[in-house]
Design a protein around this ligand. Structure first.
Ligand code: ZN
Length: 481
């Protein structure tokens, strides 16, 4: 028996392909984007209850009375806690937790070996979606507009109280605080967005390292090494300033080796499905490392080598744009544009704004283009004849853009400003006319043209860059004004 176990333990080495295979068969297919709701996960939790591999507990309620659940797996001595979506608009890890639940429920061969090993060594307590009220609106804060992650000290929120209560009851050895970070963080010195950032939060002002925090650092050292195989140069460390109100900092203080995981961004992955996969992989890896105690081979230096997040990214950077002022003077400058996401039920649109003007040589864009020789130019607004939405095609929209129009009036499609569309042009109804800029201003709308001496070369529509010499429409998420 003993020999068989140590044999199993050797088999616990998993290569990158196997991790991907595990994810592929475990992926919770009903979760496909970030704006799922409490009712969606409640359905899944009901299935878990029927399956009975995981113990499902309703541990409490949100301010608005929505159930908060804990799912428990294993009967081992080492206790682990993981919670997600304490910030309602940070949903990536919740998807990964449901993938992980599926992994713990099924799978043969090596997956089964791993599963029974984890079951024997660990007791894992999962709390997916700690903030259902915020999650349903896809907002950071809870229904009282309190940031739960600033409520670990005062515990005025029901959700914060509940998390603290569970922490003090369970007394976990390891804790995973699962979040999403700003998409504008990059790995310093590179234009790579940070896809995952990690932190062993400081339990005091001096950021001392005791044995509890040291274990968290070592485990992060191990996670970091694994992630480099999947996303080289896209991992960083989160700011380690001690926050006396923060949950991560307090869990560390309460004696749980605590790891903050922040899901960042990856170009071409707006719904973070690749990052969700990385979450699944890194969490599974971390659980195995804890069960095997093999994280102890990593050093504090392995942790300290990970660079801190830099914040130099934008959605679009246009370089060397010529701006002509009304007084006849002109200058050349760089422009940075960011697009804010605005939620409409399970979908969203963006609002593009000029975020910065000036020398942006040290900044980067997800789309980044030298516009040397091109001049900023105001777009026209088409009001002569209101068009029906059904008449629009991308072809027609491109014709309008080439004629210098950036905004079209339509006679239908009001719906209280909640009418999403995917045409690369501003569309408005009689209620509200867009304001188009004659020159760049901070926080001004990111809709304008760039022209050379003869013709319009690029349209920037709500922060999307459109090359007028090509007829390839980028994927856009716009809204009727
Ligand atoms: Zn967060």
């Amino acid at each position: 028996m003993h020999e068989k176990r140590s044999g199993d333990r050797k088999n616990m080495k998993i290569n990158t392909n196997e991790y991907i295979e595990f994810f592929d068969f475990s992926k919770e297919k009903s979760l496909t984007h970030r704006r799922f709701k409490h009712v969606d996960i409640e359905q899944l939790i009901d299935q878990k209850r029927t399956n009975a591999t995981l113990d499902v507990l309703q541990i409490g309620e949100s301010f608005e009375g929505k159930s908060i659940y804990e799912l428990k797996y294993g009967k081992g001595d080492k206790k682990v806690m993981m919670w997600s979506q304490m910030h309602g608009n940070e949903a990536t890890a919740t998807m990964a937790l449901f993938d992980l639940f599926n992994f713990l429920e099924s799978g043969e061969g090596k997956a089964a070996t791993i599963r029974s090993f984890l079951q024997e060594k660990l007791t894992i307590h999962f709390i997916p979606m700690l903030n259902p009220d915020g999650s349903d609106k896809f907002e950071r804060r809870n229904a009282e507009l309190i940031d739960i992650n600033r409520d670990a000290r005062a515990t005025k929120t029901q959700e914060g109280k509940l998390l603290k209560k569970r922490a003090l009851k369970i007394r976990p050895d390891f804790a995973f605080n699962l979040h999403d970070q700003n998409i504008y963080y990059n790995v310093p010195g590179t234009q790579n967005p940070v896809s995952i950032s990690l932190l062993a939060p400081a339990y005091n002002e001096n950021r001392n390292i005791n044995s509890v925090r040291k274990s968290a650092m070592q485990l992060i050292g191990s996670i970091h090494k694994l992630l480099q195989k999947f996303i080289p140069h896209a991992v960083a460390k989160y700011d380690d300033t001690h926050s006396p109100r923060g949950f991560g900092d307090n869990f560390q203080r309460w004696g749980a080796s605590t790891i903050l995981v922040e899901s960042g961004a990856m170009k071409g992955d707006p719904e973070k499905q690749e990052i969700r996969k990385l979450n699944f992989i890194l969490l599974l890896h971390a659980l195995i490392e804890i069960a095997k105690e093999s994280y102890t081979q990593y050093s504090i230096q392995d942790y300290e080598r990970i660079p801190f997040n830099a914040s130099q990214l934008h959605d679009l950077v246009l370089r060397n744009v010529t701006v002509e002022k009304e007084n006849g003077k002109s200058f050349t400058t760089d422009l940075a544009i960011r697009q804010e996401e605005l939620t409409v039920d399970r979908d969203y649109y963006v609002r593009g704004e000029i975020f910065d003007i000036g020398d942006l040589r040290d900044e980067y864009g997800y789309t980044d283009k030298d516009m040397q020789g091109l001049t900023f130019c105001r777009g026209k607004i088409h009001t002569e004849k209101a068009i029906r939405m059904a008449e629009l095609t991308n072809e027609l929209v491109y014709d309008f853009l080439r004629e210098g129009y950036l905004a079209l009036q339509v006679c239908d499609g009001s719906l209280n400003g909640k009418h999403l569309h995917s045409y690369p042009i501003e569309i408005f109804t009689s209620n509200r006319k867009p304001e188009l800029l004659t020159q760049p201003i901070l926080e001004g709308s990111a809709s304008f043209f760039l022209k050379d001496k003869e013709r319009l070369r690029f349209a920037i529509v709500n922060g999307y860059l459109i090359d007028l010499e090509k007829r390839i429409a980028p994927k856009v998420k716009n809204n009727i004004f």
